[in-house]
Design a protein around this ligand. Structure first.
Ligand SMILES: *Cc1c(COP(=O)(O)O)cnc(C)c1O
Length: 498
């Protein structure tokens, strides 16, 4: 399997090269030249396997320059029961005959980013070896909160790598900030950026594509890579859990082989839902891909109108990991839907850069509306949804999952489509404790409560256990408190590498 760039389809590289380099030199994203397909029998054959084995099998279809033994090793170590609470790495919880929650947050940082970021360092270390790279690999990450911590946990003390994380100074929850500020590891650095997530992401992209600076660092023995979802090594592992969920539904007889399911994904950078799109294209019986947004509903508008327009207000919401106006991975979708028309993608992306806007062709627009449905949900509806699911099912969704549940209900009300549905649940509710506890216990005053009192309160009101990864933050020392302007991010990187 070879990989092309969305902005230059004559690029032809192996997966290790794509994973090692993160982004193509002209700014495009690496995509597989074709998609492997699985028959229903192939899918059924995955049913008796554990998650890590399913992962190794699916990854093997894409990372053909890795051996089966290598991928077994990567998956085995990434998805240890000691890190994910059990061998059931991504459990499916059924709330009703048709509604199922795919819990993707049982990993070390309590968010779905662990699903990919626990395995990426293993894939990358092998990629470095395969590529004959002798330089130290510097991972730069822009985060809206969850990626940063998950990448730090994945890469801390990984030989031959250094990792630096930038996050929007007021754009992450207190727990997220604390998770990062207390990070252990000798090869890590964390800095807040005065700006929003898009500023941080744009800043990182600028450092990545600054050829003069790259040359200088190269002479100092460093090369850059990325752990953001623009890296193929992040996306491929996410495809696995959609297959895995389907197998779990087959195993629990919620569906019969071949039945279609709907998938609802709370979406920010379009990585998670793109993985579901890949799964569908590979033959997983998926009916609709339902894209859920918060008030930053640029994707809702895009899917419903074919116009991507970032000339709009940016909102800070209770689901901050989705507070994004530039959904990088959409570029990959457009590339596939345009049958690899790199000129067209260059045109869209340059008009996005110049005018903050592009309009896709009618052909792409109609493909998008056939595959996807989209809607959005504000903070008030999010809170109502959390409270509703707690009352009705004694289930406590986090704010991002609640956005998805709310959009799912709107979809069913609009279409009457009662297909068995999997809702991707992307964070442990304790990670966004304040919004969640105020939704299920609206009468309790929270203003005088610190983070740890909020955790206790959520445990008590929601009747759920605090994950140790979060309760232990109380006793950990803060190691990082740097703040910089978006123009100075490159200086911060330079300081870290000196
Ligand atoms: C990152 C994240 C999302 C958005 O996922 P994308 O792949 O960027 O669309 C949603 N929810 C949570 C909790 C996240 O951390």
């Amino acid at each position: 399997m070879k990989y092309q760039s969305t902005r230059n389809n004559s690029v032809c590289v192996e997966s290790a090269y794509a994973i090692g380099n993160g982004i193509s030199p002209e700014g495009g994203l690496y995509v597989p030249e074709s998609l492997p397909t699985l028959t229903l029998d192939d899918i059924c054959a995955l049913c008796s396997l554990k998650y890590k084995e399913r992962a190794s099998k699916i990854l093997g279809l894409f990372l053909t320059d890795y051996t089966a033994e290598e991928l077994d090793y990567c998956a085995e170590n990434a998805y240890l029961a000691s890190k994910f609470g059990s061998e059931n790495t991504a459990p499916v919880v059924s709330l009703s005959d048709s509604l199922n929650i795919l819990e993707l947050w049982h990993g070390p940082t309590c968010a779905f980013k662990d699903m990919a970021l626990q395995i990426l360092p293993y894939l990358l270390k092998l990629a470095i070896k395969k590529n004959g790279e002798e330089k130290e690999v510097v991972i730069l990450v822009a985060t809206s909160g969850d990626t940063g911590k998950a990448a730090l946990e994945g890469f801390k003390d990984v030989e031959g790598t250094k990792i630096q994380v930038f996050y929007p100074v007021d754009g992450v929850s207190k727990i997220q900030k604390l998770q990062m500020a207390t990070q252990s590891g000798a090869n890590v650095d964390i800095c807040a950026v005065k700006g929003n997530f898009d500023d941080a992401q744009t800043g990182v992209k600028k450092i990545f594509t600054n050829n003069d600076y790259k040359k200088e660092l190269s002479s100092r023995g460093y090369t850059f890579s990325s752990a953001n979802s623009i890296n193929w090594g992040r996306l491929a592992p996410q495809i696995v859990y959609y297959f895995s969920a389907y197998c779990d539904l087959l195993n629990s007889k919620k569906i019969n082989a071949g039945d279609k399911i709907n998938v609802v994904v709370p979406t920010g950078n379009f990585g998670n839902i793109l993985a579901a799109f890949y799964a569908k294209m590979m033959g997983l019986p998926i009916n609709k891909l339902i894209c859920a947004s918060n008030t930053n509903n640029i994707l809702t508008d895009f899917i419903n109108t074919g116009v991507y327009d970032r000339n709009r207000s940016f909102f800070t919401t209770d689901s901050p990991s989705m507070d994004i106006l530039i959904s990088s991975n959409l570029e990959r979708l457009l590339y596939h839907l345009s049958e690899g028309n790199d000129a067209l993608i260059r045109e869209y992306m340059s008009s996005l850069e110049k005018d903050g806007k592009y309009t896709v062709s009618d052909e792409i627009k109609s493909k998008v509306s056939e595959l996807f449905a989209a809607d959005c949900c504000d903070d008030k509806e999010t809170a109502q949804t959390i409270s509703k699911y707690f009352d009705k099912y004694s289930y406590v969704p986090d704010t991002h999952t609640a956005v998805a549940l709310n959009v799912y209900e709107k979809y069913v009300a609009k279409t009457g489509d009662n297909t068995v549905t999997v809702v991707a649940s992307t964070a442990n509710p304790f990670k966004f404790n304040k919004a969640v506890v105020s939704a299920i216990a609206p009468d309790v005053s929270l203003d005088d409560k610190d983070e740890f009192e909020l955790l206790e309160l959520l445990a008590q009101k929601g009747n759920i256990d605090i994950p140790v990864q979060l309760s232990e933050l109380k006793t950990k020392a803060v190691r990082f408190d740097d703040v910089c302007c978006k123009e100075d991010m490159i200086k911060q990187t330079d300081k870290f590498l000196n």
